[in-house]
Design a binder for this molecule. Structure first.
Ligand code: PEP
Ligand code: MG
Length: 579
């Protein structure tokens, strides 16, 4: 039995036999050719490129109905990589000049290209390396007469299997889900990769970033994938296997029990009303959101509409997307304006800046205010959509009142224009701000005076307060919502909202983490916005809580000076049965 740790995706458990789809272990042949053989070798390479292209086109045409719309554009990007001269042309010259086989020639250019990506400072561009590796592997497969090995194995049947692979493309993730794949594990990837985002929304238990999973796992070996904890167990003992089967049953039973809470209003035992809202990443999640029983969308991350495409969406396209959500969900929707930058880039990279510290650079509202041609169509589209149902505007990453004033001014100008032209919109549309930069948290009272609501973005607030890059694996262990400084800031924001008489919600990951629900209730949070899958667990705790008791504990916790003390007290709060 062997246990490996990586980044867990989803909250479920997958148990099944390993199906290795690993092209990276393939031994590439290396040999010299004679001058007379060069034409035939070049021909072999060109044919491999052509059949790789057909493979990708076939994947595109086989995308199941209901696949997230971003997949088609993602596949298009793979076609563009394939057509890049470094991949499709340069090896031809190398075959002729150095008289080596096509595999070697391809490897030389692929390695040089990958090295360039490795050295890039920018996280988003660096992450594109994985796409290039996937294409190279497909070409190698074709050269070595193993065309589309992945898909042939799929045809053999993935039902009940756990796919073990170097990396998995989003398109394969969707297709494999349709073939009843149980779960998957990959050597590469992080919890914010496209594949991880999809796996989460498709509810596939997975672990990414396991580094050498393909080396340690053998084909057909029994695997347990614990998506919640990021733990992979290879060849478990009978005892562990039984335990996990039981855990799976418990998860299923618990989900069924939680389901019964769906219609219950979020109310604590001492009759405090608590709003449970959801975050939307991919608009394709709408059916799941409809089912989860939330009453409002607290965060719609619009940047996903901008990703994996050549041009930003037009005002009309955005308007249609927003109206579709408003009409489908029939509940209040908080639309966050564009938060592109750092890891969330438009795929054409047009917004990329060559900067060393993108998280502190041209991101979110800064980017929007600097690019009115990007920002104004979005504001107009949101205002237009507000005529079709309750919509609020939320501004990300505010750091100064000056920025807020500029945004309010722009909104006012659009409203004046719409009035003049008779374009309908909600004249009372609420405008809120995300408090996720420490400066805004410290000065939350100043922002509260000009806004209709505040929303605490803990993902960024923690990264900026503790100076920890939220997507850097190496410092993730320092990322701690229970740091005294973080709790003080959250407390200050809640108080600022209360004094100004405006609602304060929390839409960062902390809001959906049941470890913090009681603490946050005790601190006075009454609006939680989270991934739909987490909503029922959080609700269950809320229904069982008494905020009067929690307030006392929270106030004691806020007096603590170390994270360790706080953690112990929070653990105690969570393990005492009634609060
Ligand atoms: C946050 O920072 O907490 C947040 C909700 O926004 P995002 O994760 O999209 O940056
Ligand atoms: Mg944020």
């Amino acid at each position: 039995m062997l246990t490996l740790h990586g980044a867990g995706i989803g909250s479920g458990i997958a148990i099944g036999q390993a199906l290795i789809l690993d092209h990276s272990l393939r031994e590439l042949p290396e040999f010299n050719i004679s001058k007379d053989e060069a034409d035939a070798e070049v021909d072999r390479f060109i044919k491999a490129i052509e059949s790789t292209k057909h493979q990708i086109l076939r994947v595109q045409s086989e995308l199941p109905a209901g696949s997230p719309s971003e997949l088609a554009t993602f596949i298009h990007a793979h076609l563009l990589i394939l057509q890049d001269p470094v991949i499709s042309q340069a090896p031809i010259a190398t075959i002729r000049e150095r008289l080596i086989n096509a595999e070697q020639a391809l490897k030389i250019h692929a390695n040089a290209l990958i090295e360039v990506f490795d050295q890039m400072e920018d996280t988003y561009l660096r992450s594109k390396k994985a796409d290039i590796e996937q294409i190279i592997r497909r070409i190698e497969g074709e050269l070595m007469m193993e065309p589309d090995e992945t898909r042939e194995r799929v045809a053999e049947g993935l039902e009940g299997k756990v796919v073990v692979t170097h990396d998995l493309t989003p398109s394969d993730t969707v297709l494999f889900r349709d073939r009843q794949m149980n779960g998957f594990i990959t050597n590469l990837g992080g919890p914010i990769s496209h594949t991880a985002i999809l796996a989460r929304s498709l509810k596939i238990p997975a672990i990414v970033g396991l580094h050498e999973a393909t080396r340690f796992v053998g084909n057909g070996e029994m695997l347990i994938v614990d998506g919640k904890r990021g733990v992979l167990i290879v060849d478990p003992s009978e005892e562990i296997l039984q335990e996990y089967h039981q855990r799976k049953r418990r998860i299923r039973r618990r989900r069924e029990v939680l389901e019964t809470l769906r219609a219950q209003p979020g109310r604590t035992r001492d009759n405090q009303s608590v709003e449970l809202q959801v975050n939307i990443d991919l608009p394709d999640n709408l059916p799941t959101i409809k089912k989860c029983g939330s009453k409002a969308v607290g965060l719609f991350r619009t940047e996903f509409i901008y990703m994996n495409r050549e041009q930003p969406p037009s005002e009309e396209e955005q308007f249609q997307a927003y109206v579709n959500i408003v009409k489908t969900l029939k509940q209040p929707i908080t639309i966050r304006t564009l938060d592109l930058g750092v890891d969330k880039q438009a795929s054409n990279g047009s917004m990329l800046e060559n900067v060393t510290n993108p998280a502190l650079g041209m991101r979110a509202i800064r980017l929007c205010l600097n690019n009115p041609e990007l920002f104004l169509p979005q504001l107009r589209a949101i205002l237009k959509a507000s005529a079709f149902g309750p919509v609020a505007i939320m501004i990300p990453m505010l750091s100064s009142l000056d920025e807020l004033e500029q945004v309010l001014e722009l909104i006012l100008e659009i409203k004046t224009e719409f009035r003049r032209k008779g374009i309908p919109f909600d004249t009372e549309i609420p405008i809120g701000g995300m408090i996720e930069v420490p400066a805004a948290a410290v000065a939350a009272d100043l922002f509260a005076r000009h806004l209709d609501f505040l929303s605490i973005g803990t993902n960024d607030l923690i990264q900026y307060t503790l100076a920890i890059d939220r997507i850097d694996d190496r410092v993730n262990y320092l990322y701690d919502p229970l740091h005294p400084a973080v709790l003080r800031l959250i407390n200050g924001i809640l108080k600022a909202g209360k004094s100004a008489g405006i609602p304060v919600s929390m839409c960062g990951e902390m809001a959906g983490d049941t470890n913090y629900t009681r603490l946050l209730l005790g601190m006075g949070l009454r609006i939680f916005s989270m991934e739909p899958a987490r909503l029922m667990e959080v609700k269950k705790i809320i229904l069982d809580s008494d905020t009067r008791k929690l307030e006392k504990s929270a106030s004691n916790i806020l007096q603590c000076s170390t994270t360790q003390q706080i953690r112990e007290m929070v653990d105690q709060l969570n393990t005492t049965t009634k609060h």
